[in-house]
Ligand binder design. Structure first.
Ligand code: SF4
Length: 332
């Protein structure tokens, strides 16, 4: 009976949101309760697996083939206005080494050729996707772009190279965001996609396409602290008091994700665009050896126990530590 009431409230919570604050807050408490349960279940799955020599393969691998972004988002240090990194590109041999080593383990999770950068600024992106497609037939090849300067020809070419899914995050100013208005370039792309059978999909819903997701975002949004790098959260992560609430939160990132920069360094976390915490270098070691290294294992252990004091980046981080996607993957 209780679970039926729970399901009913979840399903129709929009009916109660404004009219009944008590029920609204009740659904929030229930949601948190459900999340805590899921986090604990996933934690024990990861802890059990940690006792074995080899951990699960990463669910997501990010490869930043060129260190540059054309976006000007206020929450991201990689914005062209604030990026302290020098622009540089990963050597092609390094990209091929990563793909070959993933091919040896028949990698079948997500491979994303971007991290804190704009992937279409690297003109080699098409050939990287093509090589990955040929050698990793089971991997999910995904890209996220800010869409600046993107043309319909780029979209056709990247899918013809073997991409599985493209996210276009259209970052706009506050005025346009409130008006729900995409930038001119993206409006043009939307109209072009609507005319292409390949992308417009069966149902032809408004702005919904097959294998392409177009989102409208606010470039001035205040997000999490991004491992202490977010320019518009400086006051928060320099204040122990505000970050304090997240200091003992579990984080699954090092159990799920690998991030590789142009020099071949593997960072402990994709949020850390400066790679201040390194786990190894792909040019000196095998990618899977690094993933199963003592260093990764110890970091995993600390963060599964909620010790965010274990790394300089985690100390300043208020990311919630989990995604619903991971729970779904493990049937939780
Ligand atoms: S706590 Fe934050 S910085 Fe540390 S691994 Fe998790 S997301 Fe990254």
């Amino acid at each position: 009976m209780f679970s039926k009431i729970k399901k009913f409230i979840f399903k129709y919570k929009f009916l109660f949101r404004r009219k009944n604050k008590l029920i609204y807050y009740y659904t929030k408490v229930l949601k948190n309760y459900n999340d805590i349960n899921k986090v604990n279940k996933l934690k024990s799955i990861y802890q059990k697996k940690s006792l074995e020599i080899d951990f699960f393969l990463p669910r997501i691998i990010h490869i930043e083939t060129r260190t540059k972004c054309s976006g000007g988002c206020e929450f991201c240090l990689a914005s062209y206005k604030t990026d302290p990194r020098t622009d540089g590109s990963m050597q092609e041999e390094t990209v091929e080494k990563i793909i070959n080593e993933l091919s040896e383990v028949n990698y079948n999770n997500r491979l994303s050729f971007y991290n804190n950068n704009e992937p279409f600024l690297d003109k080699r992106i098409y050939s990287f996707i093509q090589i990955a497609r040929n050698k990793l037939p089971k991997a999910f090849l995904e890209l996220k772009t800010n869409g600046k300067g993107l043309k319909i020809e780029n979209i056709e070419r990247i899918f013809n190279s073997g991409l599985d899914f493209l996210y276009i995050n259209d970052y706009v100013n506050e005025e346009n965001f409130k008006k729900n208005l995409h930038s001119k370039n993206i409006l043009k792309i939307i109209e072009q996609l609507k005319k292409m059978r390949r992308f417009k999909g069966k149902n032809n819903e408004k702005n919904k396409f097959e294998r392409i997701d177009i989102g409208l975002r606010f470039e001035g949004a205040v997000m999490n602290t991004r491992a202490g790098t977010a320019p518009n959260r400086q006051a928060d992560y320099n204040s122990n008091e505000k970050i304090y609430k997240s200091k003992d939160w579990i984080c699954f990132r090092p159990s799920e994700m690998m991030t590789i920069n142009k020099e071949g360094y593997i960072g402990a976390c994709s949020e850390d665009l400066l790679f201040s915490e390194k786990m190894g270098n792909i040019n000196k070691n095998n990618i899977i050896n690094i993933w199963n290294s003592e260093k990764f294992k110890n970091t995993r252990k600390e963060l599964l126990n909620g010790n965010r004091q274990c790394m300089s980046t985690c100390k300043k981080c208020d990311y919630r530590g989990f995604t619903q996607e991971s729970f779904l993957d493990f049937g939780i």
